[in-house]
Design a protein. Structure first.
Ligand code: IPD
Ligand code: CA
Ligand code: CA
Length: 275
């Protein structure tokens, strides 16, 4: 039995990561969730199955919210909930681009307690426990010290569903012109972990789900960064937009986002609109 929640999450993320690497060298078994852009593979399913089995064994009373739907609510209405993305970056995985990860976080009501983001291809492990700081491959990690957007490297992502309804292209263009650049790497969990590790100075995205962001949010908070919505309110899991920075460029990014939103309403994509 692991010593604590973080140790359990780490052990399980590494096991799931092994499955992803194994699946990467097999012929791709690809399916679509609805249309031809929202992909799901055998790797997503096998990874989730293992994570849910292992979490359930260690913590039978905890609820599990997992992306592919095989999690469960606890029978005793536990206040503990695991947020699981068994493969974040499925599109990258399906194309053999090794930017993908397992993302696992535990929340007690609305407080995040433990977080792990693991990229098994590069063996990169980002982890954090509330009040205990964040680490990258076992060493303390900290957000960057860059204090202006003009000298920052930023990152964002685009939704796979309702693409035409997303306002993000406008934000992407504007921030690209005002910074050293905006990367679009295709794994929100790795994007957030990269802010925590000081590789990126800031990240924003519309319409992410709790399993995409839960681990990354705690990594950034414990690494000294800041996570809100564009209005500056604390970010709520599953909220319409996330802004995550090294803290130093937070207000400048917010001001720029506000300026852009006056031209383009920052509305979340509506489910009724087509891709
Ligand atoms: C996706 C990735 C991507 C983000 C999408 C997510 P998935 O998750 O995190 O970076 O832009 O919005 O859906 O589908 O690969 O788990
Ligand atoms: Ca995801
Ligand atoms: Ca996923």
């Amino acid at each position: 039995m692991p010593k604590n929640y973080l140790e359990a999450a780490t052990e399980i993320a590494q096991e799931a990561g092994k499955i992803l690497v194994e699946e990467l060298s097999r012929p791709l078994d690809l399916h679509y969730k609805g249309d031809e852009v929202d992909l799901v593979t055998q790797a997503d399913k096998r990874s989730e199955k293992r994570i849910v089995e292992r979490l359930t064994k260690y913590f039978p009373d905890h609820a599990i919210a997992a992306e592919e739907g095989t999690g469960h609510e606890s029978s005793s209405a536990s206040e503990f909930r695991w947020h699981v993305d068994p493969l974040d970056g499925t599109t990258n995985f399906a194309h053999g681009y090794p930017c993908f990860c397992v993302s696992i976080a535990l929340a007690q009501r609305s407080t995040l307690l433990a977080a792990v983001v693991f990229n098994p291809f590069y063996n990169e492990l980002f982890s954090a426990a509330r009040g205990e700081g964040a680490t990258f491959n076992g060493k303390k990690m900290h957000v960057s010290k860059n204090s202006t957007v003009s000298t920052s490297l930023l990152c964002t992502g685009f939704p796979v569903r309702n693409r035409k309804a997303s306002p993000n292209l406008q934000y992407y263009g504007d921030f690209t012109q005002r910074s050293h650049g905006v990367r679009r790497d295709g794994s929100a969990a790795i994007d957030l972990a990269s802010v925590a590790a000081g590789r990126f100075d800031g990240f924003w995205e519309f319409g992410l789900k709790p399993w995409d962001t839960a681990a990354g949010v705690l990594l950034i908070e414990e690494a000294g960064g800041k996570v809100t919505d564009f209005a500056g309110n604390p970010y709520q899991l599953g909220g319409p937009v996330i802004l995550a920075t090294n803290r130093l460029i937070h207000e400048e990014m917010r001001a720029i986002a506000l300026e852009i939103s006056q031209r383009v309403p920052a509305a979340p994509p509506r489910p009724s609109e087509s891709a």
